[in-house]
Every structure is written in C-alpha cells, then in structure tokens.
Design a protein around this ligand. Structure first.
Ligand SMILES: [Mg+2]
Length: 421
C-alpha cells in the first residue's frame, strides 16, 4: 500500500506561513525573473488563472489589481519542505521524496481505520508545526495514489485531507471520472493522441488492449496502464528518484567580509552539488547562488541576495557548475557587507537526460565525463574533496564551526585553470 503526501499549493502556502495577510486572497508565485505563474492559491485557481500563465497575461483572466504576485523564494521553500518531510519521516517507513512538495511512503500497519486516525493526525500536526496544509492519498500503486491524493485535496471537508482508494468498485468509479490528461505519467501529447482514439478517461484507457498500448505507444505507458489496474510496477523506486532541486549551503563559523573566502565556499558548494547530480545521474538546467548577512548582528549592515542563471547546456560537470555559480556570485556580491551564510542550488533538474550539445560548444564532453569519473573515484578512495577545484584551496575560513573533523586525508592539488573568481 502506497501513501503520497503532497503539500497543497506549496509555494503559496510557504509564503502564507510568513505573511498570514495572504490568506483568503488571490495569490500567485512567479518563476525566475517573474516570468510566469508557478503556484496559485485556491482563490487564484478559482479566478481562472492557469498554471504557467505569463505574468503580463493575468489581466486576461481577472482584475490584476486583486492578484498578489510574488517572486519565488526557493531557498525558503526548500527549508519548509525539509521541515514537513522530517515530521512525515518519523511516522512512516520508506519515505521517498519525489519533489520539493511530494513524497511517497509505505505504511507500517495494515489496519486502515487506525491508520486513518494516525494520518489525519499527521495532516493536523504538519499544519500546526510548520503551517503548511498537506493531503495524503493511499492506493495499491503509486499511479493510483496520485489520483487518491488529488481527491484528498479537492474534497478536504469530507476526507480530513486523507483519502483511501482501495476497494476495486471505488477505483472503477474514480477512474471513470478521471480525465485521461490527469493521469500521472500521461503528458499533453500522449493525452491528445489517446483522445484521438476516443480514450477520454482513465477507465477508457484501462480497457485499451495492452498489445496496442505497447505497439503504438511505449512500455512506459503500458506500465501506467498496469498501475491503474492495481498492479504495482515500481514506476518510481528510491534509486531512480531524482530531486527537483539540490541545495548545498552552510552557515559560516564567523561573519566573513572577504570576497575570496566566500568565493572559495561557493566553489566548494558547487563541487558538492555537481557530485550529487552525478550520483543521481541527473543534470541541472540552472544554478542559483545566495548570500546572506547575520540578522542578529545589529551592529552590521544587513544584506541578502540571490541570483539564478541558466546553463547553456544542462550539466552535472563540476567545472561548468562552479563557473556558473561564481558568475552568479559575482553578480550579487557587494563590498562593505558582512556575510554569515551562502549556498548553491541546482534547479530544473532532469534525470538521466542525455546532454544536448550545442553546435558551438567549446567543451569535449566525453573528456569532461571521464575527468569527473576519475575525480569521483579518487575522492571515493582517499576521502571526499581529496581532489578539488583550485579556488577552493584558499584558507577555508568559511567553514562552519565543526572542530572535530578527522583530518587524516591528504589533499591533492588539482588545478583546471578554467575558474576565475
Ligand atoms: Mg503540491
């Protein structure tokens, strides 16, 4: 039995945690550079603002003066996401974070009644402790758990935020009411070609002969069909789950004022982020860097900023990511301030995607990949960061207050000549 916990209108809910005046209002969160809508409050949904709507087109749907538009603050969302999943992780087993606001898990006990109380309690607890509303759906497969979660979300008064889609008769009824494009794993294009074949609902799709699904579409779609029938195909297993964002950040051991020291930290975070991407066989489409002063030092002027840059080609290569991170850092760096925290975040992550090469690409990607594999294997054998990028060989003054490290591993100096902080 799978459970899926999903935060409702996540980015908007995060904003509401810190500003309750947003409650009950039409609120949208905008993507990088305030481009288009990436999250909507229920009120904004009801006003007809579609997901992905460009900010300047909001006026086509409703009075823009009544819509509160907010720029995304991914670092804060990431932090609240961690808090939510920490609480969930204590009550369930096999928690698998699927995205910043969703995670699958399995249940400890089979008794649905006791579990319903526990799960309704969990929904309440998360709201009380973190302030984020969540919904939980249960079903025999992950694809059905997605549908169950959707019902839990839409019908909150009836379900306490928890819905069990278990009885075969109930599954039949729900599949008949589920439009084909709402099934997890069926994108717009596939939905359109299915509709051409008069497959309008999930129930129609289940009736389609498996041989046709396989020959005219793909094995992946066949798995989706089997999952809708209640056969667990392990569509997502913990190993293949990729994070949608990866963040490496630290609070420094003391406030720092030197650009070199912080650049040193940024490169080291970029290295760690790239390594994690490679471990997950993922590539990042853009990189975000943030710096922050110390809020509690009233004697120092406070400064905080972040910058997100797209990579020309999605990558998991340490040098590319470090270069981009330094570029972003140079944009937000201001002299004369003190800094207490910084971080690097990989965004627009895609799993197992082949790197698309650009015609004028100056890098030999095969060579870079072999280099990264060698660095990873040296670091695996001799301790992490035995081989690292040159700018991060400076003093390391940014390091957090952790004075009990084993310093047995030696550092090999590895210089690429490609970085210029
Ligand atoms: Mg959500």
């Amino acid at each position: 039995m799978y459970g899926l916990v999903d935060c409702n209108n996540f980015f908007v809910s995060c904003e509401r945690v810190f500003d309750p005046q947003l409650n009950g209002k039409k609120v949208v969160v905008l993507s990088n550079n305030d481009g288009c809508v990436i999250a909507r409050s229920n009120e904004a949904k009801a006003a007809g603002i579609p997901m992905g709507c460009p900010a300047f087109k909001i006026k086509e749907h409703t009075d823009p003066n009544q819509v509160i538009q907010l720029s995304a603050r991914h670092i804060m969302y990431h932090d609240l996401s961690n808090r939510v999943f920490n609480i969930v992780g204590k009550e369930v087993v096999n928690l698998q974070e699927y995205s910043v606001d969703e995670a699958f898990f399995t249940l400890r006990h089979k008794d649905v009644k006791t579990n319903h109380q526990t799960m309704a309690g969990l929904v309440k607890k998360i709201n009380q402790y973190v302030g984020i509303p969540v919904s939980i759906g249960f079903a025999p497969t992950r694809t059905l758990a997605k549908i169950a979660n959707h019902i839990a979300k839409k019908d909150r008064r009836i379900t306490d935020g928890v819905y069990w889609l278990i009885r075969p008769e109930a599954i039949d009824i729900i599949l008949r009411r589920t439009p084909i494009e709402d099934v997890w794993g069926i994108g717009r294009r596939i939905a359109a070609s299915l509709k051409n074949k008069r497959i309008m609902t999930a129930a129609d799709f289940v009736k389609m002969p498996a041989s046709i699904v396989r020959s005219q579409f793909s094995v992946t779609l066949l798995r989706t069909q089997l999952e809708l029938m209640g056969h667990d195909c392990q569509i997502v297993n913990p190993v293949t789950i990729a994070h949608k964002t990866i963040m490496t950040s630290r609070t420094f051991g003391k406030v720092l004022t030197s650009r070199d020291e912080i650049a040193d930290a940024i490169v080291s975070f970029a290295e760690k982020t790239a390594r994690q991407l490679r471990d997950e066989s993922s590539v990042a489409g853009s990189i975000m860097v943030f710096v922050r002063g110390d809020r509690f030092r009233e004697d120092l002027p406070f400064y905080s900023n972040s910058c997100q840059l797209r990579l020309e080609i999605p990558s998991n290569d340490t040098m590319t990511i470090a270069q981009q991170a330094l570029k972003a850092f140079n944009i937000i760096w201001r002299d004369g301030f003190s800094y207490r925290k910084a971080g690097v975040m990989a965004l627009d992550i895609e799993k197992g995607k082949a790197i698309q090469l650009s015609l004028f690409d100056p890098y030999d990607h095969g060579k870079l990949r072999r280099l990264m594999t060698s660095i990873d294997s040296i670091n695996n054998s001799y301790g992490s960061r035995s081989v690292k990028l040159a700018p991060s060989l400076i003093r390391g003054e940014w390091k957090p207050n952790q004075n009990h490290f084993n310093s047995a591993s030696q550092t090999l100096h590895f210089y690429t000549g490609m970085l210029n902080p």
